[in-house]
Design a protein around this ligand. Structure first.
Ligand code: CDM
Ligand code: ATP
Length: 279
């Protein structure tokens, strides 16, 4: 059985408070984008046994962690602790860039939960799958439904966000990821928390023309200071006609929302990972 874990962007991201558990309370709107990995599972072939009941093969882009730490295997282990799962082979074809703020690893973990639930008829239910996913990472719960969501808490408390779907339908997105890796943990450590004057949830209901002046990602200040080239990419997206441009999550990917995909994006951002799609 095959599935396609998608990436996300954050439309606005405010880090509002430090928590006693070492995490931060955030406010953000998660929006799924059509940039995907591919994830396949099948029963383990007795002719090719493995020392772990979830034998993972990764192709495409390299993932900088060992097999057991991969969120696909962690998702299997999490469910195997509570459900009887047969041994499986899993194949992850990795396309979503890592350390990009696009939630690629989180998506793989959440889609694995969905895949195991469906393939082995576990009947876990959405709310329970979201609870399992939140144990894998703060971003993971969103990917269980991958519907536009307003997220609070660590990022795992989700409510539907209908505004951006209507606002963004038919627009195009360009994602640019330079060869800069940003550690999410280190990025959070740079932040001075504060409440935004207006919630991103409200702003994304307004016309896109207002987003440039009102919607903010609190990571941009410290991350752009450490990597000024990211601010240049954001400015280039605006120069190419973006209606709105922002860094996603803690970076280093940036995205621009356009009426139509502009000419020459590949040439403009030579050396970067560049993807574009209609939303
Ligand atoms: C930056 C975002 O992408 C915005 O959507 C997410 O908040 C990141 O979520 P994630 O990658 O799933 O993060 P996790 O794997 O849960 O946490 C990685 C590290 O980021 C920090 N972290 C993460 C989420 C959060 N709400 N507060 C935090 O302080 C913690 O130091 C944690 O050890
Ligand atoms: N399936 C996976 N794909 C990518 N990275 C994974 C995966 N499983 C575990 N990881 C580990 O998690 C780290 C962060 O994951 P990833 O790069 O996808 O997140 P990110 O781009 O920082 O997104 P975000 O912070 O928005 O969740 C990687 O550097 C890698 O070590």
């Amino acid at each position: 059985m095959l599935t396609f874990p998608c990436a996300k962007i954050n439309l606005g991201l405010n880090i509002v408070a430090e928590r006693p558990d070492g995490y931060h309370d955030i406010q953000t709107v998660f929006y799924p984008i059509p940039l995907t990995d591919a994830l396949e599972i099948k029963h383990m072939d007795p002719a090719f046994p493995s020392d772990h009941p979830c034998d993972l093969k990764v192709t495409g882009n390299a993932v900088d962690c060992d097999e057991r730490s991969n969120l696909v295997v962690k998702a299997y282990d999490l469910l195997a602790a509570d459900f009887e799962l047969p041994p499986i082979h899993a194949h992850l074809f990795k396309c979503i860039p890592s350390q990009a703020g696009l939630g690629g690893g989180s998506s793989d973990g959440a889609f694995m939960i969905r895949l195991l639930d469906e393939r082995f008829r576990l009947n876990i239910g959405i709310a329970e799958m979201e609870r399992y996913a939140a144990k894998l990472g703060s971003d993971c719960a969103f990917f269980i439904t991958a519907e536009p969501s307003y997220a609070t808490g660590r990022g795992e408390i989700l409510e539907p966000a209908d505004g951006p779907k209507g606002n963004l339908h038919g627009y195009s997105i360009v994602v640019v990821k330079p060869d800069v890796a940003v550690s999410t943990r280190e990025a959070y450590a740079q932040i001075v928390c504060h409440m935004p004057r207006k919630s991103c949830r409200e702003i994304v209901r307004q016309p896109i023309s207002t987003w440039r002046d009102e919607l903010t990602n609190d990571f941009e200040g410290p991350v752009f200071k450490a990597h000024p080239e990211l601010a240049c990419i954001k400015q280039s997206l605006y120069d190419m006609g973006a209606l709105y441009a922002q860094m996603s999550g803690s970076g280093s990917a940036l995205f621009g929302i356009f009426r139509e995909i502009p000419q020459g994006v590949e040439e403009q951002f030579k050396g970067c990972f560049v993807a574009s799609a209609v939303l």
